[in-house]
Ligand binder design. Structure first.
Ligand SMILES: [Fe+2]
Length: 257
């Protein structure tokens, strides 16, 4: 393997990792080289050659078991999805979220690789939710510590589940706590009335998405970006009007605590 180099991507999260051959990486190399970097930086940017769906799947499997996603599968495998937009006529706006929090066991890691990019725009912002928790005003923290929140998957279809998740999540490998509420899937805090619940979620999300906690990635073709859904929220910026296509795979996790 070529010499791996790591440089910080942003002051509070993100690292750029170069010199890797993703087609050749073994689970042992991922565990020894990349997992510690992910725990330290939460978002890894790995520039390289564009991978086929089966190659991305093979690299993703080096991180653990994969989860299927209900949206936009490629034909070859249920474990790789295409995030595709024609740009033109797509007026949906981005929203902050951690992936699939409505799932009983949401993915711990999401990876995306850029295949087709607009000439400008289409970036992704990440926000460090450990930092969000560490700096949470005491009055908010006392309301959220130990609380559970409902997360709904109904945006993906009527049969998708609603799941109770902890409002504050403890990372099962580093032990760090993180804010685990998002404005897309989190519908209410269990046991609170709608108004109080909505206001609490809104204030927590406002705090958790402060620019100070963020890193904004500007994609290049071949960039593989992978992040820890236990540690960050992300926001896809829909500010482009041309084609954009990225391949995605998600690594299964346990029940959040
Ligand atoms: Fe996402």
């Amino acid at each position: 393997m070529t010499q791996m180099t790591t440089t910080k991507a942003g002051p509070n999260l993100g690292a750029r990792v170069e010199g890797l051959d993703l087609r050749a990486m073994t689970p042992e190399e991922v565990r020894e080289l990349l997992v510690p970097l992910l725990h330290e930086y939460h978002v890894l940017v790995i520039p390289g050659e564009v991978l086929e769906a089966d190659e991305l799947e093979q690299f993703a499997r080096a991180w653990g078991d994969l989860l299927e996603h209900p949206a936009s599968r490629v034909e070859e495998t249920p474990y790789v999805q295409v995030i595709f937009s024609e740009g033109e006529g797509d007026d949906r706006l981005g929203q902050w979220h951690s992936d699939m929090t409505w799932h009983e066991t949401p993915p711990i890691i999401t990876m995306l690789q850029a295949h087709v990019l607009p000439s400008e725009g289409g970036g992704t912002i990440f926000a460090n939710q450990h930092l969000a928790y560490d700096t949470l005003p005491e009055e908010l923290r006392s309301q959220l510590d130990g609380a559970k929140a409902w997360n709904s998957g109904k945006a993906f279809g009527p049969n998708m589940p609603d799941t109770l998740q902890p409002a504050i999540r403890t990372h099962d490998e580093t032990g760090r706590k993180a804010l685990y509420l998002n404005p897309v899937f989190t519908t209410e805090i269990d046991g609170l009335d709608q108004t109080t619940s909505r206001e609490l979620i809104l204030r927590a999300v406002q705090h958790g998405t402060r620019p100070e906690f963020t890193y904004r990635h500007r994609w290049e073709i071949g960039d593989l970006v992978l992040w820890d859904n236990r540690s960050v929220m992300h926001y896809p910026i829909r500010d482009y009007s041309e084609r954009r296509a990225l391949l995605r795979a998600v690594v299964a996790g346990g029940v959040p605590v």
